[in-house]
Design a protein around this ligand. Structure first.
Ligand SMILES: NC(=O)c1ccc[n+]([C@@H]2O[C@H](COP(=O)([O-])OP(=O)(O)OC[C@H]3O[C@@H](n4cnc5c(N)ncnc54)[C@H](OP(=O)(O)O)[C@@H]3O)[C@@H](O)[C@H]2O)c1
Length: 274
């Protein structure tokens, strides 16, 4: 890709994306980061060889792809200030800000701006992310591919047809890493209660999570079959699985994801109130 990709905000997510893009073969000279913090700018330049600026308008003016990577709370102000520059330079804008919907962004950035909304997750830091993307049907195929290229640098991407489904993506993959951390936390605590040392519990639980995840991703079997593969009749796994089912694990998971989806909707309304 020989387009200039600029980032507004050079924080954690921008760092993950820049790392992924460079790993993917993007020339660091093609990456420009606008970031107010001088120390952070120096770090980004030293770590990636990316160009930096403290002026968002300069970044917007040079970019063919502009990634909005500031916190959602500051985005309304930042986006409105970018609008005049974007009306001239017309880059593809990709917002990774949680919760802020397409229509609000479009209103702030200018109605003519080509815009994709993305919802990545923290494993993006390891290039193992999962990102949901949304754009209206009017967005060109070329712009869709460009947005996919940027987010694919840090993991898998899926497009959703309706923006309302971004709340589901947020509930599943956006917040999802925390659910798996919580389950591992509970397993580690239980393992210690069974007499294992914390170090042994930590290693066994995390390696088991990694092994199970790899099997789930790499096997052709579906999840119930993979589970049955570990579950002998009358055995230990059967007892544990029965305890989970009796405890209402499936309902609990549904309730948790629904709560996250509802909160995502509420947050959109709060964040867009400006
Ligand atoms: N981290 C995640 O798991 C995750 C997942 C999905 C989506 N996201 C989204 O990604 C976005 C960035 O999150 P993050 O975790 O990377 O946050 P972050 O580390 O705080 O990065 C935001 C960066 O933007 C800079 N900034 C603040 N005001 C600015 C301005 N006016 N112009 C340019 N840059 C400015 C901040 O600098 P200062 O620190 O000096 O203020 C900071 O370096 C958020 O919108 C978030 O919703 C994050």
């Amino acid at each position: 890709m020989n387009q200039t990709i600029a980032f507004i905000g050079g924080g954690n997510m921008a760092g993950a994306l820049i790392h992924g893009l460079i790993e993917d073969g993007v020339d660091p000279g093609r990456i420009l980061v606008s970031e107010p913090d001088a120390g952070r700018r120096e770090q980004l330049a030293a770590r990636f060889g990316a160009r930096t600026t403290e002026d968002n308008t300069t970044a917007a003016g040079e970019a063919q792809i502009l990634v909005l990577a500031v916190k959602p709370q500051v985005l309304p102000k930042v986006a409105r200030a970018l609008a005049p520059a974007l009306a001239q330079s017309r880059p593809l804008c990709i917002s990774i800000a949680a919760g802020i919907r397409h229509a609000a962004l479009q209103r702030w950035l200018g109605e003519e701006v080509a815009l994709v909304r993305a919802m990545p997750n923290t494993p993006a830091m390891l290039q193992a992310g999962a990102t949901g993307l949304y754009a209206p049907p009017t967005l060109s195929e070329e712009h869709r591919q460009a947005a996919e290229h940027v987010l694919r640098a840090v993991g898998v991407v899926v497009w959703v047809e309706e923006e309302a489904l971004m709340d589901a993506v947020t509930a599943v993959s956006g917040s999802g890493p925390a659910y798996f951390f919580l389950f591992m936390e509970a397993m580690e605590a239980a393992a210690v209660k069974l007499g294992l040392s914390p170090e042994t519990a930590r290693l066994l639980v995390r390696q088991t999570a990694q092994g199970a995840t790899r099997m789930a991703l790499e096997s052709e079997l579906d999840l119930p079959d993979l589970r049955r593969g570990v579950t002998s009749p009358g055995g230990t796994t059967e007892r544990a699985v029965a305890a989970f089912e009796e405890g209402g694990l499936r309902n609990l998971v549904e309730k948790a994801l629904t709560a996250a989806e509802n909160r995502s909707r509420e947050l959109s309304a709060e964040l867009e109130a400006e």
